[in-house]
Design a protein around this ligand. Structure first.
Ligand SMILES: NC(=O)C1=CN([C@@H]2O[C@H](COP(=O)(O)OP(=O)(O)OC[C@H]3O[C@@H](n4cnc5c(N)ncnc54)[C@H](O)[C@@H]3O)[C@@H](O)[C@H]2O)C=CC1
Ligand SMILES: O=C([O-])CC(=O)C(=O)O
Length: 327
């Protein structure tokens, strides 16, 4: 293991997700390698961020090598190996994530350019801020020298939600469930697919044996979970989003276990009929900091229709940000 600290940038560090994420990162969520946190906020939030840094200090985390804060992305992204782009306005009750396109899109053009200029050669960029897939597309398009494969948007929270719903339905432990997949957009059109998932090695759909539950319960519960949390909490999910952001980064950098895969929204190479260049969620395995899309899965007509609907929404979002001049 390298003892050189991994330089990790977090944007929106004074926000709700930041308040959970920073402490998870600093306490070793990515592994044993020490980390250096580089925290980006807008100027008015820097004072609050100073308070968060005081609390990080007060935890005396052995693996936290240092913390730097600021509002200039070209300073904060300097030399970073991992950038977690969280900072963006969250949606409120009654909004869809797509409503945030113009409000948040501009943030990701500037940050893509700054990463392009100053990040480390091995940088990996995970986008949590919504609409996550299209924000990742904007950052990727504006970072012309960074390989497209270094960008990913977060669908791990949806993946974890799907694991948890399936575990509750079947009485299995989440530890026994493998090969869950989220396809498409991190939005209400996403397709949580349990037809390839396994529970202790048995096909999950066969164990469940209840297509009505899959269609009327499982898929909508997972796809609309973000809205349900906003309704209940009056604010969007934060601790679970931070947890998923850590899970996704850890697996990307350290690899997925043999016999399993995870869901990540990554740039399509045309696999499964998803148009090349869209950032869409796929089943992926990772190794050595690189991901590959799991190939050869059979897609039923039912699954095909759901994947196509979510991908069509991604294409619409791409057209909208093209129109806005963001890509
Ligand atoms: N992909 C996913 O699974 C999930 C994504 N989200 C999204 O994550 C984002 C953050 O959520 P919260 O932390 O709850 O929001 P929040 O409003 O509590 O925090 C956002 C922070 O970003 C900062 N910010 C705004 N513009 C910035 C910029 N240009 N540079 C740096 N920082 C900037 C704000 O000052 C604020 O402190 C939202 O877009 C939300 O919708 C939330 C949950 C799950
Ligand atoms: O729903 C939202 O706006 C926040 C989010 O992305 C989620 O919880 O999945």
């Amino acid at each position: 293991m390298s003892t050189t600290p991994l330089k990790v940038a977090v944007t929106g560090a004074a926000g709700q997700i930041g308040y959970s994420l920073l402490f998870r990162l600093a306490s070793g969520a990515l592994g044993d390698r020490p980390i250096q946190l580089q925290l980006l906020e807008i100027e008015p939030a820097l004072k609050a961020l100073e308070g968060v840094v005081m609390e990080l200090d007060d935890c005396a985390f052995p693996g936290l090598a240092g913390v730097e804060i600021g509002s200039d992305p070209t300073k904060i992204f300097d030399g970073v190996n991992l950038a977690l782009l969280v900072g963006a306005r969250p949606r409120g009750p009654g909004m869809e994530r797509g409503d945030l396109l113009s409000a948040n899109g501009a943030i990701f053009t500037a940050q893509g350019k700054a990463l392009n200029e100053v990040a480390a050669d091995d940088v990996r960029i995970g986008v949590t801020g919504n609409p996550a897939n299209t924000n990742a597309l904007i950052a990727m398009t504006n970072a012309i020298d960074i390989p497209n494969e270094r960008f990913s948007a977060l669908t791990r929270l949806d993946h974890n939600r799907a694991l948890s719903q399936l575990a509750a339905k079947t009485g299995a432990s989440v530890n026994d469930i493998t090969k869950m997949t989220i396809w498409g957009n991190h939005s209400a059109t996403q397709y949580p697919d349990l037809f390839h998932a396994e529970i202790a090695g048995k096909n999950a759909a066969e164990v469940v044996n209840d297509q009505a539950w899959v269609e009327n319960d499982f898929i909508p519960t997972v796809a609309k979970r973000g809205a349900a949390i906003i309704d209940a909490r009056g604010a969007s999910s934060a601790a679970s989003a931070a947890s998923a952001t850590c899970n996704a980064a850890r697996d990307w950098l350290n690899g997925t276990p043999a016999g399993d895969w995870v869901s990540m929204a990554v740039v399509s190479d045309g696999s499964y009929g998803v148009p090349e260049g869209l950032i869409s969620s796929f089943p992926v395995t990772t190794s050595g900091g690189d991901w590959s899309i799991v190939q050869g899965l059979e897609i039923s007509d039912f699954s095909r229709g759901r994947i196509d609907a979510s991908v069509a929404e991604l294409a619409d979002e791409k057209a909208a940000v093209t129109e806005l001049g963001l890509i």
